[in-house]
Design a protein around this ligand. Structure first.
Ligand SMILES: [Zn+2]
Length: 171
């Protein structure tokens, strides 16, 4: 299922949701969509609901990471639907391994995310996330901002073939 127009719309919505995050360094948004293209849930990265956004916690990466709930996990926690089987999740950043395992567990079968360059420290987690998706047959699409070879949406493998060499050089 490659409905580019709808994928683009929901990614743009996820981008908007990301702007609600108060995290000073990384704002990530996620939108979970039902098979009939209605919205089941949204989420952004942040502290648990009601916990104050203390500047000293936000400034301390280690403390911040320990208590921050990622956008994907918030979106999964926020939904009132009993099952997310067959749903799609849109994210503005590559899901980490911890989020990927929850995405798989929730029964989500399609993951669409913006392609961004990421720091090396995330590479291992992202590889593991992709392995999880592959193992469970979760469709995974990385979307690039600009059309490449007239194809707005690229399968991960296509993108890798195209980008890998350049991408590695830039890091
Ligand atoms: Zn995550």
């Amino acid at each position: 299922m490659r409905s580019g127009k709808w994928d683009e719309r929901f990614l743009q919505l996820a981008e908007h949701v990301a702007s609600w995050s108060k995290d000073p360094s990384t704002q990530v948004g996620a939108v979970i969509v039902r098979p009939d293209r209605t919205i089941a849930s949204v989420g952004f990265n942040g502290f648990p609901r009601g916990v104050p956004d203390k500047p000293e916690w936000l400034a301390d990466r280690q403390k911040k990471n320990l208590i921050t709930i990622h956008a994907e996990q918030n979106a999964i926690l926020n939904t009132r639907d009993q099952s997310l089987a067959g749903y799609t999740i849109y994210t503005t950043f590559h899901p980490c391994a911890a989020c990927a395992s929850k995405i798989v567990q929730a029964g989500i079968t399609r993951v669409v995310c913006w392609f961004h360059e990421h720091p090396d420290r995330w590479a291992e987690s992202f590889d593991l996330a992709q392995e999880l998706f592959r193992n469970r047959g979760v469709e995974f699409l990385l979307v690039v901002d600009e059309p490449i070879e007239n194809d707005w949406l690229l399968e991960r493998q296509e993108l890798e073939d195209f980008e890998r060499s350049e991408f590695d050089e830039r890091l």
